[in-house]
Design a protein around this ligand. Sequence first.
Ligand code: ADP
Ligand code: MG
Length: 239
Amino acid sequence: MALLALHAVSKAYGALKVTDSITLAVDEGETLGILGPNGAGKTTLFNLISGDVRVDAGRVEYEGRDVTGLKPHQRCHAGIGRSYQVPQPFGNMSVFENLVTAACFGGKQCEREAWQTAHEVLEQTGLMPHANRPAGGLTLLDRKRLELARALATRPRLLLLDEIAGGLTEHEAGVLVDELRRIKARGVTMIWIEHVVHALLSLADRLFVINFGQKLAEGEPQAVMANAEVRRVYMGMEA
Ligand SMILES: Nc1ncnc2c1ncn2[C@@H]1O[C@H](COP(=O)(O)OP(=O)(O)O)[C@@H](O)[C@H]1O
Ligand SMILES: [Mg+2]
């Protein structure tokens, strides 16, 4: 049984079909990479999985249960954690307070447990030196790390990462990938939207390519990257 299964999910904004009957499944422990040009509907797909946006049609199943009607906080409590493409920390709160808040409200953990989780996640993500700094003053790499850390603090079984490596230097992206590799090794299932293709390829077990809200290709990473249609649409290369 797949951990997450989308059955023909669709979402339109006005006349624009942003998600057009997408069907996909992700197995426990798997890392699925998502590629697609800007505006293809990648973030919207995450919004439909996390419940931030309701589907117009189709079904979202998680752990074999229909969660299509559940609110975002209910899906988060069920184990679906996500990061946002534009980091959304509470800028006036410290890094530590941001993590306690995520653990408490997103992970339904009580006080002592939330503090412990925040502590663990600070260590896992290398944010310990910044624990008491206001989140608003962090560098881009640390804001991305905090975005990952906030999702981890909810103790996800399924982690959705939206362009977590975008804008980072080569070295910084490498540091982040190493962190993600350790998270994957702990058995967390991931769906990762990323334009930094080599970072994505270093971790993804399978790729799913979206164009104009529809599936363009899906499968083993090397095969998908070699697909002529994918090269033309996504990388602007002639076959
Ligand atoms: N809330 C919204 N209202 C209207 N249009 C939207 C909304 N959210 C996304 N869109 C449009 O849907 C398309 C896909 O957006 P998005 O899912 O963010 O794409 P991606 O993440 O692949 O760049 C874009 O054309 C975007 O402008
Ligand atoms: Mg996006």
